[in-house]
Design a protein around this ligand. Structure first.
Ligand code: ME8
Length: 552
């Protein structure tokens, strides 16, 4: 593996349907990816973080028709809304792909052409059980198990038949089984991995990848009566954003296909090295497409497999699924209200540490958000540095005191927190990664309570001891602050400034951008605050009343 490839990290969100406005689910997945992207930037990786919108298909066509506007207008309107959210939320995506962009359309047609040439796509007739709301054919067994109703919309499945182009999914069954056998971490969490493996063993049917019942899609190359199925179009975004559709094969950027558009070729030259993705982060409802259909398509295109797929669970409300029909989605105005009240960092913290990251759904409750804000951010992340900087202000005129002891147990404790954080980030355990610096802060608080610097201060003979205690606390708090930065970028930049630093470790740095590459070992080096540095008092998270809200 080249040096360049080793250092890059590529993370993706699903691309979101534009027939819906952004809500907590979209904000959630995108925030998770943002936290991870920031953490990997702190570790010095060249991070590429992709999100975007899924703009074709019958659902978008129908929503636009219901409003009496062309589908492209609806797509433009909602894609702009998704992009506005990214910037308001300070999310650091590297690109935003829209499936109606010419770069994507051209490359999807080229990639489908490659699948036709390789014999992985063929023309045939198919009859089966069709879920209209999901635009998905089900196997006989799955249709029966679901009582011939859609599990998503509850509507009856219909018997449908189509003359179509098919992707030869069945031919990839042995290779898919081998992929799962050889990569037990391919799908996370473990329960989801087992779920896919179980279904895989039930057998695979070929997948129709074109539609003729409507026209809002990418025309099939050479047969424009067919449009490409929205799911195939959408999955390919992960590689068209890197220009891979401009290549003859694989992801070797030196082999630009004759006839490739110059813009796509330029994309490939700049980004082809980023494949394979480090993580595709998705919700559990779209796992089959990502864990089975997508790897098979990649095999057919002779592209390497993504390293991991993380399928999180759902935010629910009052134990019930959030759905458009129930009108109980935490929507953007509600989220804006919480952010106005608690701050953006607090919202990120709640998403990343209390959300449905693993196998269980998570209930969204405003009262719980308030509890977490007060219990973790005010009482721990805010209070610990506030106590320390206030005492250094009071006893040392705000100048970082000297520590003649060499740091005692603290250099080791800090190193352990960094190590735990790193391991957790590698397995996308963001809650675990947040816990490592939180434990450090709680340990510092306990140390203050045990050593009682406010009492030591009263004894002029114990000044050196007082200096050591407070210096150890300040140095350790700084390290915790670095590890918390991907979660709480604005407040941790304030903390870094209060501790005499330049403000923030650079987790927002855009891939390929100018500026020094960060290095976690340097950033988290114990003892980086020099003796005599001017420290300022800091109040990071003010105590607030519970937010007035219509939410429970
Ligand atoms: O499925 N809790 O787009 P989509 C947590 N276009 N996350 C949720 C959620 C909830 N209640 N509801 C939605 C699509 N999400 C396709 C994807 S990818 C090639 C094509 C999040 O707009 C979660 O990430 O319906 C889920 O997978 C995604 O939004 C679905 O977004």
């Amino acid at each position: 593996m080249s040096e360049r490839a080793r250092e890059s990290a590529y993370i993706t969100t699903p691309i979101y349907y534009v027939n819906d406005r952004p809500h907590i689910g979209h904000a959630y997945t995108t925030t998770l990816c943002d936290v991870w992207a920031r953490a990997m930037r702190l570790r010095g990786h060249d991070v590429f973080f992709l999100t975007g919108t899924d703009e074709h298909g019958v659902k978008v066509e129908r929503s636009a028709a219901a409003r009496g506007i062309p589908p492209q207008d609806l797509a433009d309107e909602n894609a702009a809304e998704f992009q506005r959210v990214l910037s308001v939320f300070g999310l650091t995506n590297s690109d935003f792909i829209r499936t109606t962009q010419p770069r994507h359309v051209r490359q999807v047609q080229a990639l489908i052409g490659r699948l036709l040439d390789s014999g992985s796509v063929y023309r045939g007739t198919f009859e089966g059980w069709y879920d209209e709301s999901q635009e998905e054919y089900l196997t006989e067994a799955a249709a029966k198990e679901q009582g011939h109703r859609s599990i998503i919309s509850g509507k009856p499945l219909v018997r449908a038949s189509e003359e179509n182009y098919y992707f030869r999914l069945s031919a990839f069954a042995p290779r898919l089984e081998a992929l799962f056998r050889d990569n037990p971490g391919f799908v996370q969490p473990q329960g989801r991995f087992n779920e896919v493996l179980g279904r895989l063993r039930d057998g695979l049917q070929d997948v129709p990848i074109t539609r003729t019942k409507f026209s809002w899609g990418i025309p099939f190359p050479g047969d424009p009566a067919h449009v490409i199925y929205v799911w195939i179009d959408a999955l390919l975004n992960y590689v068209t954003a890197l220009g891979l559709g401009a290549l003859e094969s694989g992801c070797d950027a030196s082999r630009i296909a004759p006839g490739a558009h110059p813009d796509d070729a330029a994309l490939a030259r700049a980004r082809a090295h980023l494949w394979p993705a480090s993580y595709h982060v998705i919700g559990k409802e779209i796992l089959w497409f990502h864990a089975v259909v997508w790897p098979a398509v990649l095999m057919a295109l002779e592209l390497p497999m993504p390293r991991r797929i993380h399928a999180h669970s759902f935010w629910i409300a009052d134990g019930q699924k959030m759905s458009k029909s129930l009108g109980n989605f935490v929507d953007l105005p509600a989220i804006d209200g919480f952010i106005a009240h608690y701050g953006l960092d607090a919202w990120r913290w709640y998403m990343a540490t209390q959300g449905p990251l693993q196998a269980a759904d998570a209930d969204f409750r405003a009262a719980h958000l308030h509890e977490i804000y007060t219990g973790e951010l005010v009482n721990v992340v805010g209070n610990c540095p506030s106590r320390i900087t206030a005492m250094i202000g009071k006893y040392f005129g705000g100048a970082m005191p000297a520590d003649a002891s060499g740091g005692g147990e603290w250099p080791n404790r800090c190193a352990r927190a960094v190590q735990e954080w790193t391991i957790a980030i590698d397995s996308f355990d963001l809650a675990g990664a947040a816990e490592a610096p939180m434990r450090l802060l709680r340990d510092i608080d306990a140390f203050i309570n045990r050593t009682e610097p406010f009492k030591v201060a009263k004894d002029p003979a114990r000044q050196a001891e007082l200096a050591s205690i407070l210096a150890q606390c300040a140095q350790s708090v700084r390290v915790a602050g670095v590890l918390l930065e991907p979660f709480l970028p604005a407040r941790m930049a304030d903390l870094a400034v209060a501790l005499g630093g330049a403000g923030g470790g650079g987790s927002a740095q855009v891939a390929g951008g100018a500026g020094a590459r960060t290095d976690l070992a340097t950033l988290t080096r114990y003892g980086a605050i020099a003796e005599g540095t001017a420290l300022a008092k800091c109040a990071l998270f003010p105590r607030v009343e519970p937010a007035a809200t219509a939410q429970p």
